[in-house]
Write a protein of this length. Structure first.
Length: 252
């Protein structure tokens, strides 16, 4: 019987299981919340891209489901794939709490009709999400910088963290507009770039970089050559960089 090849994995450096699981536990809650929103709003949450119910549903999916799972995966993958533990790993609980608080406040603010309550909830969301983003990026960046493994998988994970930082800062800036402050202009361009960097930069880059390491292990096959992996990452990163500068070019 063949055995699963774990060469290159530092399983002994894995964080306490409760840290990534706390993030993974947010995913089913988000799915239930999305179902309840669809039950109440119906087609109102699906017909207009700029409608408040649609924005609320989108952020339940992106923050409550996708980002929570991806953050939990980073806490797990950084030491296991990279060979360097995430520093102050138990701060992950604080990150998870603020992510949940920020996502809940943001979604609630998009659904309320009270301007005063909306402003308060958005300020809570901005504070909580910024704290979660800042602490997580610092932890992940230090862990990946210390990684002795190198290779395209680790480089890709670093790129995913940069994309998350850009997505988070853009989101925090744009959400001010729902609290009576101004949106960055042009708003539609910022929105499109925000979505592109979130799906292709943050989520896409992390999935691709982890796959470069894990899929060959699943199939007991040789890894992709480092040269080809670097080319893929450079092409992918170049396209994301071009996307990131679009809203700034649109200001001129």
């Amino acid at each position: 019987m063949s055995t699963f090849n774990t060469t290159g994995l530092s399983l002994e450096l894995a964080p306490p299981t409760s840290v990534p699981l706390s993030f993974f536990a947010l995913a089913p809650i988000a799915i239930v919340a999305a179902g309840l929103l669809l039950l109440v709003e119906g087609m109102n949450a699906l017909t207009a891209a700029a409608a408040m119910p649609t924005l609320a549903l989108t952020h339940i999916a992106t923050l409550g489901l996708l980002t929570s799972v991806m953050m939990g995966a980073i806490y797990q993958l950084t030491p296991v794939l990279g060979g360097a533990p995430v520093p102050w790993v138990r701060l992950g609980y604080f990150v998870c709490f603020n992510l949940a608080l920020g996502a809940t406040s943001l979604v609630w603010s998009l659904l309320t009709v009270s301007p005063e309550l909306r402003r308060t909830l958005i300020l809570i969301a901005i504070t909580a999400l910024f704290l979660a983003l800042l602490i997580f990026v610092i932890q992940a960046s230090i862990g990946l910088a210390r990684s002795p493994a190198g290779g395209t998988a680790i480089q890709g994970m670093r790129g995913a963290i940069v994309a998350l930082l850009l997505v988070g800062l853009m989101g925090v800036w744009m959400v001010h507009g729902f609290a009576g402050m101004s949106f960055p202009h042009p708003r539609l361009t910022w929105l499109q770039v925000h979505i592109s960097l979130a799906l292709l930069g943050w989520i896409g880059t992390l999935v691709m970089s982890a796959s470069l390491k894990l899929i060959p292990m699943f199939y007991l096959a040789p890894e992709l050559s480092p040269r080809v992996g670097r080319i893929l990452l450079w092409v992918h990163g170049g396209s994301l960089l071009g996307t990131a500068i679009v809203p700034w070019l649109a200001l001129f």
